[in-house]
Write a protein that binds this ligand. Structure first.
Ligand SMILES: Cc1cc2nc3c(=O)[nH]c(=O)nc-3n(C[C@H](O)[C@H](O)[C@H](O)COP(=O)(O)O)c2cc1C
Length: 199
């Protein structure tokens, strides 16, 4: 069976820093998803500057509504975080906290969605510990982390503004994550487990 419409892959993450390396890593993974027929969109940096998630508040800012709606409509998600003190950045974690607003949906949280995960840190230790935490969070949100995850050491590889990386191997690995998200989402959709066309 094949999927009957294009797979929608949403990219989330990056940092507020100009030239964010983690955002550039995300863009490569999304390019990998597009190569396999997905349509992609991304909410990065400032688009994720949201009030601290408050479960007791009903009103949401426009940005927060945009984020929640984008996750709701996505067949697959790629999340990228810089490693801050061995963990996810507050910006990315707070954005993920907003997925709580999908708790009462037919597809609650990240249910049924493929989740590509990439951590970018200035050393291996934080890259790996951050990736592990992101996998734990994706599982907690009922998502399906792809078999291949990205632990990127930004002391050893640089991402340029044209979508390239100083190491071709890393670029290939990031594209593979986008591909795996698209493949899993296609299989889910073909089996009838995907989002409806309207989201
Ligand atoms: C507040 C802060 C904490 C950081 N903590 C770590 C760390 O514990 N280990 C590490 O290897 N790099 C650490 N870094 C470096 C970033 O992970 C690294 O520079 C990353 O590439 C930044 O991503 P960005 O370019 O998207 O902002 C830290 C950076 C900041 C700003």
């Amino acid at each position: 069976m094949t999927a009957t419409r294009a797979i929608k892959v949403l990219g989330l993450g990056g940092s507020l820093r100009n030239g964010s390396q983690s955002e550039r890593a995300l863009r490569i993974a999304l390019a990998g998803a597009e190569e396999f027929g997905a349509t992609t969109s991304a909410l990065t940096g400032e688009a994720l500057q949201l009030p601290f998630y408050d479960a007791g508040v009903v009103d949401r800012t426009d940005r927060a509504r945009e984020l929640v709606e984008a996750v709701r409509e996505a067949d697959g998600v790629v999340v990228v975080s810089p490693g801050y003190h061995g963990a996810l950045s507050g910006l990315v974690k707070n954005a993920l906290d907003y997925v709580e607003d999908l708790r009462d949906d037919g597809r609650p949280y990240l249910h049924g969605r493929a989740v590509g995960l990439i951590a970018v840190a200035h050393g291996w230790q934080a890259a790996v510990t951050t990736l592990n935490q992101m996998r734990t969070i994706a599982h907690a949100l009922r998502g399906w982390p792809t078999p291949f995850g990205g632990a990127v050491n930004s002391a050893e590889v640089k991402f340029d503004e044209t979508g390239g990386a100083s190491e071709e191997r890393i670029e290939r690995n990031l594209r593979l994550i986008g591909r795996q998200v698209t493949e899993f989402a296609s299989a889910q959709l073909a089996a009838g487990f995907g989002a409806s066309p309207s989201g």
